[in-house]
Design a protein around this ligand. Structure first.
Ligand code: HEM
Length: 460
């Protein structure tokens, strides 16, 4: 058993800022690169290092522009001095990447999400580095994007341009309401309240030690916890970076097509039923109100609420078991004996990309850039993804619904998956026979957000 390090708290000036807080800058851009050689990779990191924002307080004024950097396993292998034997200390999912058989058992990128069609992160588009830039205004975003792009060019990097919009880069589209996603829900409400319990409490899944490498709560990590690789990774955190297309047309059509019939079953109007159905797929109304606190209507008073429980909703009458937020964070729900208690948490950062549809047309590429931060890709990110694709994580979920799926984001092409969706109500269960696929994976990269001291050592 590794020693539990209860006293030495991490130094915030050594941790990349996005790990501890959402930056909340109104403009952002995520740039994806492949290194072509070690010297170029090092000169690139050196050029952009002065703009890397740490987790230290920035005082009263937010910096106009700043960035954070992620390196994949292949990126680290290129840019670091770690030997093959030392690199082997990194956990297998990170080494092998998101397209590996092991990771795909959870991610299940089948059919339209198949990695062969990804814009980045598959065998033909290997990613080594992702740069996350943030700015207070469009001019500052342009400035930071240009300096990263110029540094990439002069260092011989290849940049990926995953979409076919004006810039072809993954830039935040400032015209959709801030903090909402393309299906119209408020997002960015619930995050782990990162803490540091002393002495460490193995049952505190919000403890920073579950996210930050180097302060292991057990011999299983987060790691690597020893050797040169441990030193390289210390004060870093993994980021599962995922580009997820959202099919707004199919989503809107699904709500409209089902509203009339379900309205009759629940005894309400089709207009109300559309919103009710959207809430039952997500677990929160589109304004953010959790169904557990506001089961019948959205309520401005609960729209940002994060303190609620599923323990008294053992039939899913308020919030269906497979609603997206209930799967992503089952809280105090009774879990299957094979699953961890309490369930793992993810730190979520990200943004919507692509313009929203117009009144006339749904044409265009749009979706979510998800940054899912964790200390263990398999124990946090992939475990939650496996529940998203097969909702068999709780003993409360009726036997017949154990092969069901997350109402919003699951991959419906998964062989053997049950695409039906059950919404318990006091008038009997509303059963949707087949949920369409609303979300398609466009690319994935497993990155490490290394500490500032590690980035500096690379640059030197
Ligand atoms: C296009 C894809 C996605 C959309 C549209 C989406 C949408 C949302 C929305 C609207 C919320 C509620 C707001 C909040 O609680 O902050 C939410 C929460 C959440 N989502 Fe997603 N999400 C997506 C992908 C994912 C993925 C891939 C994961 C996990 C791997 C995930 C995990 C979570 C978690 C953990 C929560 C917080 C639940 C809670 O603490 O109650 N989401 N998502």
């Amino acid at each position: 058993m590794a020693t539990i390090n209860s006293t030495a708290q991490p130094d915030k000036s050594n941790i990349q800022g996005m790990i501890l807080r959402g930056f909340t800058h109104p403009y952002s851009c995520h740039m994806i690169f492949k290194f072509n050689n070690k010297a170029g990779a090092k000169s690139f990191i050196k050029a952009i290092l002065p703009y890397v924002q740490s987790a230290e307080s920035w005082g009263d004024e937010k910096p106009d522009l700043m960035l954070n950097i992620g390196l994949t396993y292949t990126g680290i292998a290129t840019v670091s001095n770690l030997t093959k034997a030392q690199l082997n200390f990194f956990p297998s999912p990170f080494q092998k990447g998101p397209t590996s058989g092991g990771s795909q058992q959870s991610l299940n990128d089948y059919g339209p999400s198949d990695p062969s069609g990804w814009a980045f992160g598959n065998s033909t588009n290997q990613v080594d580095c992702v740069v996350h830039s943030y700015a207070m205004n469009p001019a500052a975003l342009k400035q930071v994007v240009s300096l990263v792009s110029d540094a990439g060019k002069s260092s011989g990097l290849t940049e990926f341009f995953p979409i076919d919009n004006g810039t072809k880069r993954l830039e935040e589209y400032a015209l959709i309401p801030r903090y909402s996603v393309h299906f119209g829900y408020l997002d960015g409400i619930d995050q782990p309240e990162l803490g540091w319990s002393d002495p460490p409490d193995p049952l505190d899944n919000n403890d920073l030690r579950n996210f930050l490498i180097g302060y292991p709560l057990s011999s299983s990590g987060p790691g690597p916890i020893s050797g040169e690789a441990g030193a390289f990774a210390k004060d870093g955190c993994y980021n599962a970076f995922r580009m997820l297309y959202q099919d707004v047309e199919t989503f809107d059509k699904f709500l409209t097509d089902n509203a009339d019939q379900i309205a009759k079953e629940i005894g309400n109007t089709p207009e109300y039923t559309k919103e009710w159905l959207a809430a039952k797929l997500n677990g929160r109304w589109r304004n953010g109100s959790p169904l557990e606190l506001s089961p019948d209507n959205p309520d401005p008073k609960t729209s940002q609420a994060t303190k609620f429980s599923y323990a008294n909703d053992t039939t899913g009458m308020k919030c269906p078991f497979a609603a997206h937020t209930r799967v992503g964070n089952p809280r105090d729900e009774e879990m299957a004996s094979s699953e961890p208690v309490p369930p793992p948490r993810l730190i979520r950062r990200g943004m919507a990309y692509g313009a929203p549809p117009t009144i006339k047309s749904y044409e265009g590429e749009r979706g979510l850039i998800g940054l899912f931060l964790c200390g263990s890709l398999s124990g946090q990110f992939e475990l939650l993804y496996s529940w998203i694709n097969t909702t068999n994580f709780s003993d409360l979920i009726p036997i017949g619904q154990q092969q069901g799926q997350d109402g919003l984001i699951a991959n419906r092409s998964l062989p053997g998956a049950d695409n039906s969706y059950t919404i318990p109500t006091e008038k009997g269960a509303v059963k949707i026979t087949s949920l369409p696929q609303f979300v398609v994976t466009r690319g994935t990269a497993y990155c490490l957000l290394p500490s500032l001291s590690t980035l500096k050592s690379i640059a030197e």
